[in-house]
Design a protein around this ligand. Structure first.
Ligand code: FDA
Length: 393
């Protein structure tokens, strides 16, 4: 093995957080990634246009065992700072629904921007490089690497764990940050797939696959008013992804399938003006007709409006406003957009993201037990925590 190369800082992971930290960590930075290209999740995010932040970022949009932990970093590098950076690089963007900001062009513009910021800061990037071993002695970290079939060694005063969570192993997600954090005395908060579709028994929703509708989906902990999508394996769409972060196995979820519509009142008025209309026809004005057929399998929807008494209309409205289903599970890390849990924030300083156990060790991004909602919040955490660590180094 050749002689160890000395750096000031080694960052493990050239994803959103790692690249951002590299751009702020001053000279002498080496960024290491086992992938063949940096920022692969940025590239595929937001349908290829990267939902890079949100206009309305607040700490309430994040889940963590310590909900206060994210406050400092988010306050010191806000969505406005990132928007300014994007604009400085001439990247055109637009706002979609719910404050979500996307590139007008391709997500690769964000990767190019981060690479150019890293270059400006003089950071080195080693791709296709795997980490074999990490040790800490005499105040320095030694990282043994495998690169182009050869072993190499690099040392640094600072080590930043930025290898993300477990989501999408096919894209190279690994538990490296968790393993190293534990090696250096940090606790982990149990991890689970989040922002992930729910699965149901085969055939549970008949041929509804592809049907979407607005919905208010809730459980005891949270509620989200966004689109619900039936898939061939269960339920997806923004409302489902959001609620999945708050769901536990065995629990029911409740959907208001006609949010903002008073179904009972609508049916009663229609009975007065158009009593000979079939109930299913009227319901199909409110819900997708395939969903009406599905409800018809478990509830009596026969008859014309004129034949249906108030009590039956009220009961049916209740079914539609309080549609209760119990997922069998989720699609898991295979498709989850993020990982809930991770490195416990207890062992980290919230201003600098530095370890309280081992000075010089930092952890940022998704590897840390801070998980955002769908809508640009996870990238904003990656940028903010990356800047916090970079600036502290
Ligand atoms: P990230 O996963 O980005 O980077 C980690 C890096 O470490 C990777 O480059 C990986 O190759 C490397 N690595 C891992 N293990 C390693 C090892 N053992 N050795 C060396 N390198 C290793 N968020 C959002 O806000 N808006 C959006 O639009 C989307 N869209 C989206 C779509 C999809 C399909 C997914 C899967 C995720 C999103 N997200 C998102 C979430 C967002 O991508 C995610 O939260 C951030 O990328 C996290 O940034 P990190 O830098 O922490 O990890």
């Amino acid at each position: 093995m050749s002689k160890a190369t000395r750096y000031e800082t080694i960052i493990l992971g050239a994803g959103a957080a790692g690249m951002m930290a590299a751009a702020h960590a001053g000279p002498g930075v080496l960024v290491i990634d086992h992938a063949k290209a940096p920022g692969e999740k940025i590239r595929i995010s937001g349908g290829g246009r990267c939902n890079f932040t949100n206009m309305d970022v607040t700490p309430a949009n994040y889940l963590s065992e310590n909900p206060h932990f994210c406050k400092s970093a988010l306050a010191r590098y806000s969505q406005w700072d990132f928007i300014e950076l994007v604009s400085k690089h001439g990247i055109a963007w637009h706002e979609k629904t719910l404050g979500q900001l996307f590139c007008d062009g391709k997500a690769t513009q964000i990767i190019d921007m981060l690479l150019s910021e890293m270059n400006r800061a003089g950071a080195e990037l080693w791709l296709r490089t795997s980490v074999v071993d990490v040790a800490h002695r005499d105040g320095r970290f030694t990282v043994v690497l495998e690169r182009e079939g050869r072993r190499a060694e690099a040392t640094a005063a600072n080590l930043v764990l930025a290898t993300g969570g477990k989501s999408i192993p096919k894209m190279g997600a690994s538990g490296l940050a968790y393993d190293l954090a534990q090696q250096f005395g940090h606790d982990l908060v149990e991890t689970r797939p989040a922002l992930v579709p729910f699965t149901f028994d085969k055939g549970r929703f008949g041929d509804l696959s592809g049907t979407a509708l607005p919905c208010r989906l809730s459980n005891d902990r949270a509620q989200f008013a966004e689109a619900l999508l039936f898939t061939h394996r269960g339920l997806s769409g923004p409302a489902v992804l959001q609620l999945s972060s708050y769901w536990r196995e065995g629990e029911e979820i409740v959907g208001d399938l006609a949010p903002g519509v008073d179904v009972a009142e609508t049916l009663k008025q229609a009975r007065q003006s158009n009593g000979r209309r079939a109930l299913t026809t009227e319901l199909s004005q409110i819900l997708p007709s395939k969903l009406v057929s599905l409800l018809g399998q478990t509830h009596d929807l026969k008859g014309n409006l004129a034949d249906i008494p108030n009590a039956r209309m009220d009961a049916l409205a209740n079914v539609i406003h309080n549609w209760r289903v119990k997922p069998t599970g989720t699609e898991g890390y295979r498709t989850a957009e993020v990982t809930l849990g991770g490195l416990s924030t207890e062992g980290l300083d919230s201003k600098t993201l530095m370890s309280k156990h081992l000075p010089g060790l930092y952890a940022i991004g998704e590897a840390v037990d801070v998980t955002g909602w769908l809508g640009g919040y996870n990238f904003q955490w990656a940028w903010a925590s990356g800047v916090a660590a970079g600036a502290a180094i």
